[in-house]
Design a protein around this ligand. Sequence first.
Ligand SMILES: Cc1cccc(-c2n[nH]cc2-c2ccc(F)c(-c3ccc(S(=O)(=O)CCO)cc3)c2)n1
Length: 240
Amino acid sequence: AFQHRLWPEIEKTVKQQVAMARMGIGDCGSGWQLFAEDGEMKMYRREEEVDGMVVDPLKAVHVVKGITGHEVCHYFFSPQYRYDWETTLEQMTVLETISDDTLMFHQIHKRIWPASQRDVVFWSHMRKLPNDQDRDGPDIWTVVNNSTEDPDHPANAGKCVRIFLTVCLLCQTRVIPPKDGTPLSRDNISCKITYCSVVNPGGWAPASVLRAVYKREYPKFLKRFTAYVKNQTKSKPIMY
Ligand SMILES: Cc1cccc(-c2n[nH]cc2-c2ccc(F)c(-c3ccc(S(=O)(=O)CCO)cc3)c2)n1
């Protein structure tokens, strides 16, 4: 099949991001610090700066009942739902449909005082992965979003400061079959979600402001997004 110019980068980045998402938080010696917790949701960050800019890697782990990894990735990847759950989105454009599981986006997000407005150009790829730990276990689904260049949308050409991000959403479905052999329902499934992100804010922004934004925005985003998926799927057949 025809190979898109981005395909080698997509393959490499997906493998790398999935491997990192699957790594546990490890002991606290690994530098991960828990910064937010809400029920099953735990959010960790590492404090890292590049050229004096905060690029704190984030890893969030959440377990949500009643939905599958395929459903979580479907609603995260598909553009038609994004305005419903991505509250900070001001504008989203699909720049290119690379394949049915790979798109290129341009997004402009709402401004966060006192920093200037940010935009981002990224490719987004959704993929089912074999569950190599538990052979007959349900598949693992992932969406990887990675910043890329687009000649028609050069960085910092307009009013927005271009940010650079790599995001990996990794979903592992869990099925606990009912004892009495009745057919599976949403009460018997749950999904373990790992959301990893590294964001380079582009232009300079005060470290304290960025860390406060991340502390506020990430928990809100993951709670809102997972509640959206539960609500969208509750009366639909289970998509494994
Ligand atoms: C969830 C979150 C964390 C940190 C900051 C903010 C935020 N608040 N106000 C503006 C933004 C903002 C600015 C620029 C961005 F690129 C994204 C951004 C965030 C997530 C993703 S994604 O790839 O995870 C989901 C697709 O939108 C893409 C862009 C979000 N939101």
